[in-house]
Design a protein around this ligand. Structure first.
Ligand code: NAD
Ligand code: DAU
Length: 349
C-alpha cells in the first residue's frame, strides 16, 4: 500500500488517479481538505476499494502514527502543502504550520514506524518539492541542477526549503530512506484557478481581464501534470535513497507567451461571441512582491539515471488542458465558490 498525503489537491489527485489506473496496489489518501483540496477530483474512484480516504492533517502526529500502524504502507508520498505563492505573501502562517511543522510531524511518525519495522530497506519517504527553493535565474544563467544552492525568496519557497532540509536531515542522521523531487510549474486537469493557467482560462471564458503581473516577461518551465506523475512513479521505483531529482518539462515560456497561447486556443475552440480575440482581455497589473524572474530545470539526472523524460510538449499539453477546462465547466463552477471570489477581490483589487 502507498500512503499519499494531499491526494485531493491538484497534483496529488492526478497522482492517485494515474496510480490506480496502472496498479493494483491500494492508496491510503490523507488530506485536510483545505480550500485547495477537493474530493470532486476523485469522484471517478467512488466505490473503488483501492482508494481509502482519510480526512485529517499531516500535522496530527497521533493520527498519522495510527494510520501507519493500521495500514502498514511500504511508502509515503508527501504532496500535502500550502502551495500558492501569492497567498503566502498575504499570510505566511499556514505555510509554516503545514509545510514545515506538518512535514516535521510526518517525518517523526515515519521514523517511528520505520524504526519499529526493523528499518526495512525497501521503505520509502518520497517528498514532493519545488524548483522555487533555488531562487531566481537571470536570462543567461544555467538552469537549476540538483547541486544548485538553495535561495528561496517567498514565504512559500522558504517553507518548502525548510521541509526539504528536514527530509534531508532525517536521511543523514537517522538513515530514513527518503527521496526528494524538485519540480517546475505543473499544469493540467484539476488545477485550482488561483494559479496562472487555470485562472486565465476561467477569466477568459467569463469575459474578465487576464491579469499579467509586471511586464509579463517572467519565465517558468511548464510540466504537464501527467508527466510529473510518471516521473514520481519512476523515482519511487528506482530512485536512490538520499538522492534528489529535478523534474522539468524542458518548456521555458514567458508568462505573456503562455497567456497568448491560451487565448489563441480559445479563439479556435470556443470563439468569443463578438468575433474578437481573447488576447484583447490581457491586462498588465501590479507585480507580485519579490517576483522571481525565471525558473528553469536541468532534468538530465532523472533522464540519465532513471530513464525518464516528459512526453508532452507545451503545445500538446496546453491543448489538452484547455480542452479539459472546456469539458469540465461544472468542476470549475464548483471550486469557484464564495471563498474563491473573496480571494480574487483580495488579490486583484
Ligand atoms: P494544492 O494546493 O493543489 O494541493 C495541496 C493539497 O494538500 C490539498 O488537497 C490540501 O487540502 C492538502 N493539504 C494542505 N494542508 C494539509 C495538511 N496539513 N494535511 C493534509 N493535507 C493538507 O497543491 P499542488 O499544486 O497539488 O502541489 C502539491 C505539492 O507539489 C506541494 O507540496 C507543492 O509544494 C508541490 N509543487 C507544486 C507545483 C505546482 O506547479 N503546482 C510545482 C512544484 C511543486
Ligand atoms: O515552480 C513551481 C511552483 O509553481 C510551485 O512550487 C508552486 O506551488 C506553484 O504555485 C507555481 O508557482 P508560481 O508562482 O510560479 O505559479 P503561479 O501560477 O502562481 O504563477 C505563474 C507565473 O505567472 C508567475 O510568474 C506569476 C505569474 N502570474 C500569476 C498569476 C496568478 C501572473 O502574471 N498573473 C496571475 O494572476
Amino acid at each position: 500500500m502507498l500512503f499519499v498525503t494531499g491526494g485531493a489537491g491538484f497534483i496529488g489527485s492526478n497522482f492517485v488517479l494515474d496510480w490506480l489506473a496502472q496498479s493494483d496496489e491500494p492508496v491510503l489518501n490523507l488530506d485536510a481538505l483545505t480550500y485547495a483540496g477537493n474530493l470532486g477530483n476523485l469522484r471517478s474512484l467512488e466505490g473503488d476499494e483501492g482508494h481509502i480516504f482519510v480526512h485529517g492533517s499531516i500535522a496530527d502526529g497521533a493520527l498519522v502514527e495510527r494510520l501507519l500502524a493500521d495500514y502498514r504502507p511500504r511508502a509515503i508520498v508527501n504532496f500535502a502543502a500550502e502551495s500558492h505563492v501569492d497567498r503566502s505573501i498575504h499570510g505566511p502562517a499556514d505555510f509554516i504550520d503545514t509545510n514545515i511543522v506538518g512535514t516535521f510531524r510526518l517525518l517523526e511518525a515515519a521514523r517511528a514506524y520505520w524504526s519499529g519495522g526493523s528499518k526495512d530497506d525497501s521503505f520509502r519517504f518520497l517528498h514532493i518539492s519545488t524548483d522555487e527553493v533555488f531562487g531566481t535565474l537571470d536570462a543567461d544563467d544555467e538552469a537549476f541542477h540538483e547541486e544548485t544552492q538553495y535561495q528561496p525568496n517567498s514565504p512559500y519557497s522558504a517553507s518548502k526549503a525548510a521541509s526539504d532540509h528536514l527530509v534531508r536531515a532525517y536521511h543523514h542522521t537517522y538513515g530514513l530512506p527518503v527521496l526528494t523531487t524538485n519540480c517546475s510549474n505543473n499544469y493540467g486537469p484539476f488545477h485550482f484557478p488561483e494559479k496562472l493557467i487555470p485562472l486565465v482560462i476561467n477569466n477568459a471564458l467569463l469575459g474578465r481581464p487576464l491579469p499579467l503581473y509586471g511586464d509579463g516577461q517572467q519565465i517558468r518551465d511548464w510540466l504537464y501534470v501527467k508527466d510529473h506523475c510518471s516521473a514520481l512513479r519512476r523515482v519511487l521505483q528506482s530512485g536512490v535513497p538520499g538522492r534528489t531529482y529535478n523534474v522539468g518539462g524542458w518548456n521555458e515560456r514567458t508568462n505573456l507567451d503562455v497567456v497568448q497561447s491560451i487565448c489563441d486556443l480559445l479563439d479556435e475552440l470556443k470563439p468569443r461571441d463578438d468575433g474578437q480575440s481573447y488576447r484583447g482581455q490581457i491586462t498588465f497589473v501590479t507585480d507580485r512582491p519579490g517576483h522571481d524572474r525565471r525558473y528553469a530545470i536541468d532534468a538530465r539526472r532523472i533522464e540519465s539515471e532513471l530513464g525518464w523524460r516528459p512526453s508532452e510538449t507545451f503545445e500538446s499539453g496546453i491543448r489538452k488542458t484547455v480542452g479539459w477546462y472546456l469539458d469540465n465547466a461544472e468542476w470549475v463552477r464548483n471550486v469557484t465558490s464564495g471563498s474563491y471570489r473573496n480571494w480574487l477581490e483580495k488579490q486583484y483589487a
